[in-house]
Design a protein around this ligand. Structure first.
Ligand SMILES: [Zn+2]
Length: 265
């Protein structure tokens, strides 16, 4: 199995004795750490760049996902940090989202020259989700939510209290990177799921501001536990899967309209 992992702020490479390769894509080069973890061949991409220099609005989503596809991964796990929008989603919880609201962008597609409309009815691979829920329940020293709706916002600023009240009517956790990743993984035919760590209650749920440096410290503290959860999940993913993720791009491609018919229209 060739497993891709997208790590966020605070994430460390999953792989001991990793080799870093530079993978060229149509959207730029991506450093990919690669190596074996047990019987898995793992490809790790640091979402914000090797030096964590790309803020949320500058993340090279298309290059990151295209690089993992170029490495011929067929299952990709993302580790996403989120704010909890409402009870019972609180600091220290893990969420394996089952659905997504990504209306506000950034809007991304790898199909810039043709109309491809991939089905997003269920945006995450059920096999990967199931493996994550099981692994998290066994390894995580805290609450694990087997379902949750991830609300994508553009960032990099955090949300206002009024925005959080609004977003809480449509989802459970809020983040700045999970939406484009789920969309692009589906467009590339990759099985994909997210492990979301609730780093803080979103704005207005507790007195006082959300402090970015406190978030960074919280993420550093749990990075090893998160990677262990993802590795355990990756080991449990079945090789043969009937999820349809691989066929999604072909099914989303519109058949070309015959010239005569097009002329009549
Ligand atoms: Zn799948």
């Amino acid at each position: 199995m060739r497993i891709g992992i997208l790590g966020g702020t605070g994430s460390r490479s999953i792989i001991d004795d990793a080799e870093t390769v530079r993978v060229e894509t149509a959207w730029g080069a991506v450093p990919v750490e690669t190596g074996r973890v047990g019987d898995l061949l793992v490809f790790f991409v640091s979402r914000h760049g090797a030096d964590h220099g790309r803020s949320a609005h500058r993340v090279a989503h298309k290059a990151n996902l295209a690089a993992l596809a170029a490495c011929r991964t067929d299952a990709v796990f993302a580790i996403n940090n989120v704010g909890g929008l409402r009870e019972p989603f609180t600091t220290g919880d893990l969420v394996v989202p089952h659905d997504l609201v990504a209306l506000w962008g950034p809007h991304v597609t790898i199909h810039e020259a043709e109309a491809v409309h991939v089905d997003m009815t269920a945006p995450y691979c059920p096999h990967l989700r199931s493996a994550l829920v099981t692994a998290a329940s066994e390894t995580w020293n805290g609450t694990v939510h087997a379902e949750g709706v991830y609300v994508q916002v553009p960032g990099p600023r955090l949300e206002t209290a009024a925005e959080v009240r609004h977003l809480a009517t449509m989802g459970d956790v809020v983040g700045m990177t999970g939406g484009p990743e789920a969309v692009l993984a589906r467009e590339l035919g990759l099985c994909f799921a997210s492990l979301a760590f609730v780093a803080n209650p979103a704005a207005g749920r507790e007195a006082g501001p959300v402090v970015a440096d406190a978030l960074r410290k919280a993420l550093a503290d749990v990075s090893v536990a998160l990677r262990d959860t993802v590795v355990a999940a990756a080991r449990a993913v079945p090789r043969d899967r009937d999820c349809g993720c691989r066929e999604a791009p072909a099914k989303g491609r519109m058949a070309p309209v015959p010239m005569r018919q097009a002329h009549k229209a």
